[in-house]
Design a protein around this ligand. Sequence first.
Ligand SMILES: NC(=O)c1ccc[n+]([C@@H]2O[C@H](COP(=O)([O-])OP(=O)(O)OC[C@H]3O[C@@H](n4cnc5c(N)ncnc54)[C@H](O)[C@@H]3O)[C@@H](O)[C@H]2O)c1
Length: 395
Amino acid sequence: MSEVLRLGMAGLGVASTQIMPPIAKLPFIKITAAADMRADAVAKFREQYRGEGFNSVEELCASPNIDAVYIATPNSLHAEHAIIAAKNKKHIIVEKPMAMNLAECDAMNEAADKYGVKLLCGHTHSFDPPIRKMREIVKSGELGKLCMINSWNYNEFMYRPRMKHELAMTRGVVLNQGPHHVDIVRLIGGGLVRSVRAMTGVWDPAREWEGSYTCFLEFEDGTPATLVYSGYGFFDTAELFSWVGEGGQHRAPETNLNVRKSLREVRSAEEEEQLKEGMRFGGKREGEYSHVWSGERKQPFFGHTVVSCQKGDIRQTPDGLKIYGETEQREINLPAGSRGREAEVEELYDAVVNGRPVFHGGRWGAATLEVCLAMLESAKQRKEIMLSHQVASPE
Ligand SMILES: NC(=O)c1ccc[n+]([C@@H]2O[C@H](COP(=O)([O-])OP(=O)(O)OC[C@H]3O[C@@H](n4cnc5c(N)ncnc54)[C@H](O)[C@@H]3O)[C@@H](O)[C@H]2O)c1
């Protein structure tokens, strides 16, 4: 393989409008092909990226002009498309959630092993520099033993332009936003979750899927963690964070009110589909709902996470971290660093070209999905759920 990793994009939907622009700027990546069933999007891709355009993921994966595939098709197709990629000896980045269930994750991991390709579970905020730094501090032991992790995220997720069948597929926030949240907490806590107790909430009769969860995790070593999420667009955790949003961009204080209002006006399934279609690659509103931001960027912020150790607490700040120690409080400014999609492809590149281990591999992704699925099961049974697919945080 050349020193440039040639990437094929599977799915030119809304996610692709967030994935391709930052990746296209990286010197060690070239987006050389894409596939989608929407002919207009494929035509626009050929024109804009001067790459090959295909109508199916099978054709894309058969191309000799790609080394890896970035899978951003609907969640129910992630396993099928990852396995096609593996059979064609293409490395894989798969969007969250990794798959629909653990059997699919197992099949994806087996295919990646069998055909000798790297499988990376992409797009979670555990790639963000402040989260990695929190893990580093915990692991170094400089603040003593890790004692608890508490993380809150409140935003307007349930009212973002999204079709009802997508909310059904992800059980609202649980399988869509849960993977970010769980990855953050698992990474900091060492990865090995012993059990999950959670309750989920369906508060809006017009959106009949889970818009909130309250979750208690216990790690194998006894460390407790709580994860709280509300996507109902009332309070906004960004208010506690100088109005910095998920991608490190400015988040307007009126976001929740405006998004709730605009979605109340959209009713039918056709209107929802039109709204979403407009935001896909090649659509009239492409990139409108994106965390990609060309202005000043602070550190990405996925909720208010406080990590407590025996000798101090750590929390994120817009520029890095603040540490509340026994005798002093200090702030650490972190370099912007690579984050989000840039960090993912960098990790894949390092694995493929430099032989480094994949940090967010398929077994890591399966373990995160197991926690998310256990939240649903725990809420259903109103019981603690014991886990069996957990793997440790990478060194
Ligand atoms: N929408 C977002 O902001 C966002 C952000 C991060 C991650 N994601 C993830 O990205 C994935 C896609 O979400 P999305 O919102 O972009 O959905 P989307 O519906 O906008 O995009 C999916 C695309 O895949 C195409 N497609 C469907 N079946 C296909 C097939 N068999 N072969 C080729 N193309 C096919 C569709 O035509 C569409 O363009 C999901 O896993 C989602 O969780 C979405």
